[in-house]
Ligand binder design. Sequence first.
Ligand code: ADP
Ligand code: MG
Length: 380
Amino acid sequence: MIAPGSTIGILGGGQLGRMLILAGRALGYRFHVFEPKGPCSAGMVADLEINADYDDREALRKFAEGVDVITLEFENIPVDAIDFLNSIKPVYPGREALHVCQHRQREKDFLKASGLPCVAFEYADSATSLKTAIETIGFPCVIKTAAFGYDGKGQIKLSSADDALDPTSIWERLGEPPRVVVEKWIEHQGEFSVICSRKLDGSMTTFPMAENIHVHHILHASIVPARTTEAVRAEGEQLARSLAEKLNVVGLIAVELFLDVDGKLIINEMAPRPHNSGHYSIDGCHTSQFEQHIRAVTGLPFGSTELLRPTVMINLLGDVWGDSTPDWAGLLADPRVKLHLYDKGEPRPGRKMGHYCVVADSTEEAVDAAERSFDALKSS
Ligand code: ADP
Ligand code: MG
């Protein structure tokens, strides 16, 4: 066990790292952040921020020597850097989970090989093979770059063969990536996610399933409890647990799911770290996903993941700023609103700047209040 008072190293300096630190501080841990570009959101609340590239061995060594255990808040970290760090201090979630989850094709190959439900897919590494892949999958479909995509970036949806884009211009628009995955577009009743935490000894907990609303491919809201059946919730939790086991995760794994029109859950993607759709747990659960991650990587006993009351989380993207500062007083006029801002500087459109939660007596009430608060925020 890595006892409170020890120092935890975090790779990546975004808001997920920031919230990990805020949760871990309450348990008495110290934090060092490694992030190529500073100053960063997590660095603002850390004991030490190191700004260097992931291929800077000297900086990585210093970082590793200064901490007791290493974890990450961002999955696109070169596996070479992970291997190097791991030769000095333990790194969680570990290379296997990271290697699979940082590349859409490996992720899908893994799901298929494990017999887990995933969308029909083909991959391509040129405009010519893209044409064949689109023909095989059919319409509607979505083309995603295999690496480095997030928040809908690096994705193009084709609704029908009439879409004016030919494979060559799609390839150019995606920046001529080394590889893409072409997926069948799933007509679905809803999107859901489950976060599972796992320790080195194999013990696990899951958080209540979230129902997620996306706008322009970016998460807008999470509603918990998810408005679906108990059977769907149980199946989602089971899928998250089997992924955590098969990938040997230590820490968290989040699984994003579609519920298709026939009522079947299909895995969209997974992330071996805290997840945006788990932010509700800070205000809604006995233990947050961030605290649970800290407990997992340090070997402390897990906290209860019980949902205390219905909770709705709303993301605050840079778009909310428009020409003026959002009306924070208007938002907080409802005393049930809990605001979290990430201190990220410039509010660019699509950039995640913060979120808020509404905790209420019923799901309907939480949804209504969250919507009204969103209007209040923008009304100034
Ligand atoms: P990101 O890494 O950007 O989160 P995702 O693959 O999760 O990428 O895509 C973002 C969102 O786009 C999904 O949550 C979903 O709303 C929509 N989407 C992506 N792929 C599909 C698909 N195959 N069928 C239906 N919707 C999809
Ligand atoms: Mg996603």
